[in-house]
Ligand binder design. Structure first.
Ligand code: NDP
Length: 449
């Protein structure tokens, strides 16, 4: 599958032939290929070694059955996955997602994105992603526990602190990581840093749960500062109300921004006055401890809840899609640009469609892609691995300083490769090329493998 004529169309049609029906994977590769293929054509050592062809094929994919018993005594079967995408610059690293929509295409897109993201963090981490088509919603504590135990029983032989270190993602938070880690320990008799996102009592890191959201706010701060702007006084719209969205909101409020909307899969809440720290604390408790719905927040504070609608029509200066893939289409991007939005930072992975990306670029809206803007989470996961290896724990202040420094470094790398001839700072191009070079050079060094 080497291409004499390495053009975007040729490359994508070959990929689609080899991986039919993997729509999300095609989309993620196309977004990267648009910037990386021209770069490869200018740097033939990558082309001659077939680096991009190799990078778009995972090292290995593990698919397994997960059998568990529900509270009523029924036997339930789900499909579990781990895609070990690329370990050229470190052990496989990336989250687990438990959601009914999970399939191979979604995990391959996430694993592929992770390759570039982990490279950008400057830490020695390869890329992987995994999960199951299990729906944690409406399950009891015991059902979640039994599912996690069964999932780990199938997975544990394939992971380890020097081979593959999973973490959380949608549907996998601290509770699930605890059950998974407990089962790994039971099966292997080992206590090692095989998962990140652990609780503080058994090797977790401070600010891990906040890191992705904080990092997205910091990345926005960097993009704005580079263009002589700042977050203070800006009106912000955030989608989602999960781990990423809540802590992104917290940091924006801390930096002086005004968060006027949040959402979940059932709709969005509009709070024209802006969410203050007390209301946010109430919401964090509702979502994390009481596991309630966003509509309960609207009800409690007398706010309007717009059922089955996305928040992108609410006028704002800054937008942060922090829920899920393909949640922001061309129509949404047009509405944001027309309403005066000047910058977007992706807290989620690939929330913006390729068409919407074009709209932002044409309207010269600054756009921080997820592989750069949401890399703070995996960066602090990397720092959790370091602390586990050193058998010590850094303070929250030390960790936040390191997180902020990493987000600055990521921004600098994007700027180095991102400027378009028009002067527009194309962060998508910058992130793709910078992320590519480190992994590609490692692959070149290993020879044909
Ligand atoms: P959570 O499960 O904590 O929250 C997900 C949020 O998105 C919830 O508000 C959920 O609403 C909403 N959501 C999920 N699916 C849909 C859908 N199909 N349509 C609309 N809304 C939806 O996940 P995270 O916050 O951890 O992850 C969010 C995104 O960030 C994902 O793309 C993830 O890959 C990415 N990410 C996460 C990192 C992390 O550290 N957690 C790191 C880097 C990226 P509801 O509650 O109604 O389902």
């Amino acid at each position: 599958m080497m291409y004499d004529d390495l053009s975007l169309d040729n490359f994508m049609s070959g990929l689609k032939k080899r991986t039919p029906d993997e729509r999300e994977f095609h989309q993620a590769v196309q977004e990267v290929a648009q910037s990386v293929i021209p770069f490869i054509l200018d740097n033939p050592q990558y082309r001659d070694a077939g680096i991009f062809e190799r990078m778009t094929e995972p090292d290995r994919t593990i698919i397994f059955r997960v059998v568990w018993e529900d509270d009523a005594g029924n036997i339930r079967v789900n499909r579990g996955y781990r895609v070990q995408f690329n370990n050229s610059i470190g052990p496989y690293k990336g989250g687990l997602r438990f959601h009914p929509s999970v399939n191979l295409s979604i995990l391959k897109f996430l694993g592929f994105e992770q390759t570039f993201k982990n490279s950008l963090t400057t830490l020695p981490m390869g890329a992987g992603k995994g999960g199951a088509d299990f729906n944690p919603k409406g399950k009891s504590e015991r059902e979640i526990m039994r599912f996690c135990q069964s999932y780990m029983t199938a997975l544990y032989q394939h992971i380890g602190p020097h081979t593959d270190i999973p973490a959380g993602d949608i549907g996998v938070g601290g509770r699930e990581i605890s059950y998974l880690f407990g089962q790994y320990k039971r099966l292997t008799g080992r206590f090692d840093g095989v998962l990140t996102g652990k609780a503080l009592e058994f090797g977790g890191s401070l600010i891990r749960k906040e890191a992705t959201g904080y990092g997205a706010a910091y990345f926005m701060q960097e993009m704005l500062a580079h263009h002589n702007e700042g977050i203070e006084g800006k009106t912000c719209v955030i989608s989602g109300s999960g781990n990423v969205a809540l802590y992104c909101a917290e940091k924006i409020i801390h930096l002086g921004g005004k968060v006027v909307a949040l959402s979940d899969s059932r709709g969005f809440v509009h709070d024209p006055e802006g969410i203050d720290p007390d209301k946010l604390a109430w919401l964090v408790d509702l979502k994390t401890r009481r596991r309630g719905r966003l509509s309960e927040y609207a009800e409690n504070f007398g706010l309007e809840f717009h059922a089955d609608k996305k928040p992108w029509l609410v006028p704002c200066d800054l937008a942060f899609p922090c829920a899920t893939q393909n949640e922001l289409g061309a129509g949404d991007a047009n509405a944001l640009a027309q309403n005066g939005c000047i910058a977007v930072a992706e807290g989620a992975n690939m929330p913006t469609t390729l068409e919407a990306l074009r709209v932002f670029r044409d309207a010269k809206v600054l756009f921080g892609p997820g592989k750069a803007a949401n890399a703070g989470g995996v960066a602090v996961s990397g720092l959790e691995m370091t602390q586990n290896s050193m058998r010590l724990a850094w303070t929250a202040e030390e960790l936040e300083d390191r997180l902020q420094a990493i987000m600055k470094k990521i921004h600098r790398q994007c700027v180095r490769y991102g400027e378009d001839p028009s002067g527009y700072m194309n962060y998508v191009k910058g992130a793709n090329i910078a992320g590519f070079i480190k992994v590609a050079d490692a692959m070149l060094a290993y020879g044909v493998a």
